[in-house]
Design a protein around this ligand. Structure first.
Ligand code: ZN
Length: 275
């Protein structure tokens, strides 16, 4: 596979303007950031939304408005979060799939999240996976831990997640597994052969290291303010697009090209945007 997918997580649930003053928050700002990331080379936008105070919300109207503003500008693929934020109920997190996005994240287990925790039991994961399957939404199987890889395999074995599989290894969350290339390699070897995967390295060092780890082990790249607000040590990124631009350069230097949204729709067999 000569093409590498760039996903961009433009705001996340936890990042604030104190972390980086360029964080997009309102639907209009999110759409602008998504469009700039798309122009720079991102094929997938991983989307969280915020309320008027800038706090993470799963409010359907805010999602709807943001998605429609993005779709007015470009045909980038939208992957909505169903991880939401710490403290949200399962129902709150899942409701956004009713908007029928092409993709959605699916957290594959329970774990520490800094001083908090995220809770995903197998029955909850089955419910999320089934909802996505019924709607033709491609899940991104987010694995924060090796046990999550096996839990994802359980969903696959039960027919709740179908091929082609798209995994995302989330490494570097405080209290969780840290990023290093040996750990990544170990996890990658335990997903079904032929799966597509990306790495979410949390923090500047892990995020950039993960670009190179992913390229060398056959994966794709994720960037964005959800994972990392820095361009280099002590230097804040000016925009999500700036992080995408660097990913494009790394992909090119490694002898690959970055995927367009159309490439990804074919590769991951997405159902396309409903009009
Ligand atoms: Zn997210």
């Amino acid at each position: 596979m000569n093409k590498k997918i760039i996903s961009c997580a433009i705001c996340g649930a936890e990042t604030t303007r104190e972390h980086n003053p360029h964080l997009p928050i309102t639907p209009r700002e999110l759409a602008e950031a998504a469009y700039d990331a798309y122009k720079a080379g991102a094929a997938i936008i991983h989307l969280h939304v915020r309320d008027k105070e800038g706090k993470a919300t799963q409010d359907l109207e805010t999602f709807k408005k943001t998605i429609s503003l993005i779709q007015d500008k470009c045909d980038v693929i939208i992957e909505v979060t169903t991880g939401g934020a710490v403290g949200m109920t399962d129902e709150e997190r899942l409701e956004v799939v009713s908007l029928n996005p092409e993709m959605a994240s699916l957290d594959c287990g329970t774990m520490n999240f800094g001083n908090e925790y995220i809770l995903n039991t197998l029955p909850v994961m089955r419910q999320f996976a089934l909802s996505m399957k019924e709607r033709g939404i491609r899940p991104t199987l987010e694995c924060f831990d090796l046990s999550h890889v096996y839990a994802a395999q359980t969903l696959i074995n039960e027919g709740l997640v179908e091929e082609p599989f798209h995994f995302s290894f989330v490494l570097g969350v405080p209290g969780g597994v840290r990023y290093d290339v040996e750990t990544l390699d170990h996890m990658v070897r335990r997903i079904p052969v032929g799966s597509d995967w990306t790495v979410i390295g949390i923090g500047g060092r892990a995020s950039l290291d993960a670009h190179y780890g992913a390229i060398s082990l056959g994966g794709h790249i994720r960037v964005g303010f959800e994972d990392n607000v820095y361009y280099s040590k002590g230097v804040l990124a000016e925009s999500n697009a700036q992080l995408v631009e660097r990913a494009v350069r790394i992909i090119k230097e490694a002898g690959f090209t970055h995927s367009s949204p159309a490439d990804v729709r074919t590769q991951l067999k997405l159902r396309g945007v409903e009009v």
